[in-house]
Design a protein. Structure first.
Length: 300
C-alpha cells in the first residue's frame, strides 16, 4: 500500500466529511476511497472512522491519526517547496473558520486585498459562531472574538483588542432621542445578544470611576450578531458591538455612537492554528495578513 497516498485520501475524507465528497474531490470512486480506508485501518490495527451512525465522525484514534497525517503531509509539501519557487508564493487550499460577524461584516473589507496579495491560495471559509475543533474538522486556521482563551494545543495569536460600544441608527435617534447618561437607557429599546452569558445586563465602564450596570428588559433578543446588527441598522433599537465591527457603519453614517464616554467588555481578536514545527506558508501568510490588518491604528 502506498502510505502517502493512503494518508492523502484519509485527510481528504476527513476534510470533506464523506466518502462521496472525497471521491469527487480526488476524481476517483466511492469504492476506491472506502477500500483505501479499510487497508489503512487493517495496517494500523485500529478503527479510524465510525460507520454505525448517519453522520460522519472519527474515533479518538482517527482524530489523532488525522492530526499526524496533516503534519506529515505538510512536511512533505514543505520539502517540495524548499526546492521550488512556491515558497515565495504561498498556495493551496486554506480552510478558515470565523464568526458570522467577521465573515459578513468585516471580511468583505479585506478579502479583495488578500486575494490580490495571494492569488494562489484557495480560501474555503466557514462562517459560524460554533466553536469548531480545528484538528478533528480539518480547519487550518480559526478566527475568534472572545475574552481570554483557555490553554489548548493550539497557537493563539492576538490580532487586536477592541472595546464593545453602543450604537443606534440615525433614524432611531431621530425618533427616540440620543441618550446622554446610562440612566437614560431605561427609556430606550435595548437589543440584547443572547449568545453571551452576560447578555441580560450591560456593564458600562466610564473612563474613570465604577461601571454602571444596565439591565436589558429587551423586547428583542437575538442569538446571531449579524441579525442583531441588521436590527440595529434597521432602527429597532440600541445594540452593543466591538468597535471594529461597526467602525465602517459609523464612518459612513449608518450608525451613531451612543454614550461615547462609556465602553462595555473588552474583546480580543485571535487567530488560532495547530501547533507544528512547520507552519505551512499559506497559514503563515493568512495569519500575518490579518495580524497586520487588525493591528492598524484605525482597526481597534
Amino acid at each position: 500500500m502506498d502510505q502517502l497516498l493512503a494518508m492523502r485520501i484519509y485527510r481528504c475524507l476527513v476534510d470533506t466529511k464523506g466518502f462521496s465528497a472525497a471521491a469527487a474531490r480526488l476524481d476517483t470512486t466511492h469504492s476506491t476511497v472506502s477500500r483505501q480506508l479499510k487497508l489503512l485501518e487493517a495496517q494500523l490495527g485500529v478503527q479510524l472512522v465510525n460507520r454505525n451512525t448517519r453522520h460522519f465522525s472519527l474515533t479518538p484514534a482517527g482524530e489523532r491519526y488525522y492530526a499526524a497525517c496533516v503534519d506529515i503531509l505538510e512536511r512533505v509539501e514543505s520539502a517540495a517547496e524548499d526546492v521550488t519557487d512556491k515558497r515565495r508564493k504561498p498556495s493551496g487550499r486554506l480552510r478558515v473558520s470565523m464568526p458570522l460577524s467577521v465573515g459578513t461584516l468585516e471580511m468583505p473589507d479585506w478579502l479583495p486585498s488578500f486575494r490580490r496579495s495571494y492569488p494562489d491560495i484557495r480560501l474555503d471559509v466557514s462562517c459560524s459562531d460554533r466553536l469548531v475543533n480545528l484538528l478533528a474538522e480539518g480547519f487550518d486556521v480559526a478566527l475568534r472574538i472572545s475574552g481570554e482563551l483557555p490553554d489548548s494545543d493550539l497557537v493563539a495569536r492576538t490580532l487586536a483588542i477592541s472595546d464593545e460600544i453602543l450604537v443606534a441608527s440615525p433614524d432611531y435617534i431621530a425618533r427616540r432621542g440620543l441618550p446622554r447618561t446610562p440612566a437614560h437607557l431605561a427609556e430606550h429599546e435595548l437589543l440584547g445578544y443572547s449568545g453571551r452569558e452576560d447578555g441580560a445586563c450591560w456593564q458600562l465602564a466610564p473612563a474613570r470611576g465604577p461601571a454602571v450596570a444596565v439591565k436589558l428588559d429587551s423586547t428583542l433578543r437575538i442569538d446571531a450578531i449579524t441579525a442583531l446588527h441588521a436590527s440595529v441598522v434597521g432602527g429597532l433599537g440600541i445594540g452593543a458591538f466591538t468597535r471594529h465591527t461597526v467602525r465602517n457603519d459609523i464612518a459612513h453614517g449608518r450608525l451613531v455612537h451612543v454614550l461615547p464616554g462609556y465602553t462595555l467588555a473588552t474583546r480580543l481578536y485571535y487567530a488560532l492554528y495547530p501547533k507544528s514545527r512547520h507552519v505551512p506558508p499559506k497559514v503563515r501568510a493568512f495569519v500575518d495578513f490579518v495580524a497586520a490588518l487588525y493591528g492598524e491604528p484605525d482597526a481597534q
